[in-house]
Design a protein around this ligand. Structure first.
Ligand code: ADP
Ligand code: MG
Length: 291
């Protein structure tokens, strides 16, 4: 593997994970308020919340994609988010991760970190990992190299050639390989993995950064039934150690993993409760059948 490839890889990981290694396209308005970058261990959860959204709104050309949205997530919780297409699920994740700036409202990570005062790159460093819909692993690198690269990128190691995993990091990598069921595939090229395995590898890449909160957008889309079942197992393993926000359309998957389900519609919370409760809610039935 050439240094150039590694550098290109680092740039690509950075781009995909929303880590800004170079230019910043965000408007200058937030610059004044940028907070100091903390470490993930500093998140204050004494008030019982890892994530807190209040009265959040954002419009795109006059269309309210997020409309007075309030929601909070407890530490170690696995929260499922459902809702029809266009409900604002992805936009909500864009706001949490600093990709989209809301027009109004509050977004707190723990009780002290105001995420609206942080840039996208800082938010990843603070301990919020995001998985986009399509798998975004480096096909030309092995499983091991992908995981190693995720750590380097997170640490901001630009000259990857001189980076070596210490023993704690090696142990962590081995542990994550186990968790994502890829120990036997450590030397395989990521490009040769199945779709499901690529998704797990990408989750492993996020785990290398030891995020407090993981945002997962439609993680089982395109997976076989068996892969979906293994992903459910994986998420249940992660719960408790990490907080998870999972957006999915696959209701049998949601049934397997969910405690509280939040239904988003027209940019705000329509209903919340167990899957059975929200599925019995007339308003929820209406939005699913009526569209
Ligand atoms: P979901 O993920 O629930 O399907 P999205 O958050 O992707 O919904 O989209 C919510 C609404 O906001 C949609 O109508 C979408 O077209 C619109 N939207 C999302 N992002 C943008 C954007 N950057 N510019 C304009 N409209 C957008
Ligand atoms: Mg979406």
């Amino acid at each position: 593997m050439t240094p150039d490839l590694m550098e290109a890889g680092a740039q690509r990981v950075a781009k995909l994970q929303g880590i800004d290694l170079g230019s910043n396209t965000e408007s200058g308005g937030r610059e004044a308020g940028y907070g100091r970058i903390g470490t993930p261990g500093e998140v204050d959860i004494t008030h019982g919340r890892i994530l807190y959204l209040e009265d959040l709104s954002v419009s795109f050309d006059g269309f309210k994609a997020i409309n007075k949205l309030s929601l909070d997530i407890a530490p170690g919780e696995l929260r499922c988010i459902i809702g029809p297409n266009g409900a604002g699920k992805t936009t909500m994740m864009d706001i949490i991760t600093g990709k989209t700036r809301p027009d109004s409202g509050t977004v707190y990570f723990g009780s002290t970190i105001d995420l609206l005062r942080h840039r996208e790159a800082d938010i990843a460093q603070l301990g919020i990992g995001r998985k986009f819909q399509k798998p975004t692993v480096f096909e030309q690198l092995t499983v091991f190299e992908n995981l190693e690269l995720a750590l380097k990128t997170h640490k901001g190691v630009k000259s990857s050639m001189f980076f070596k995993l210490d023993s704690r990091q090696s142990d962590r990598l081995a542990e994550i390989l186990e968790t994502i069921h890829l120990s036997a595939s450590v030397s395989r090229m990521a490009g040769n993995l199945s779709h499901g395995q690529k998704q797990w590898l990408e989750i492993g890449m996020l785990l290398m950064q030891d995020p407090k909160l993981l945002l997962l957008d439609e993680p089982v889309a395109g997976m076989t039934d068996e892969e979906t079942a293994r992903t459910a197992e994986l998420f249940l393993t992660l719960k408790g150690h990490h907080s998870l926000m999972v957006v999915e359309h696959d209701m049998s998957f949601i049934r397997t993993i969910s405690e509280i389900v939040t239904v988003l519609c027209d940019g705000s919370v329509l209903a919340q409760g167990t899957l059975d409760e929200v599925q019995a809610d007339e308003r929820v039935i209406e939005v699913y059948l009526g569209r």
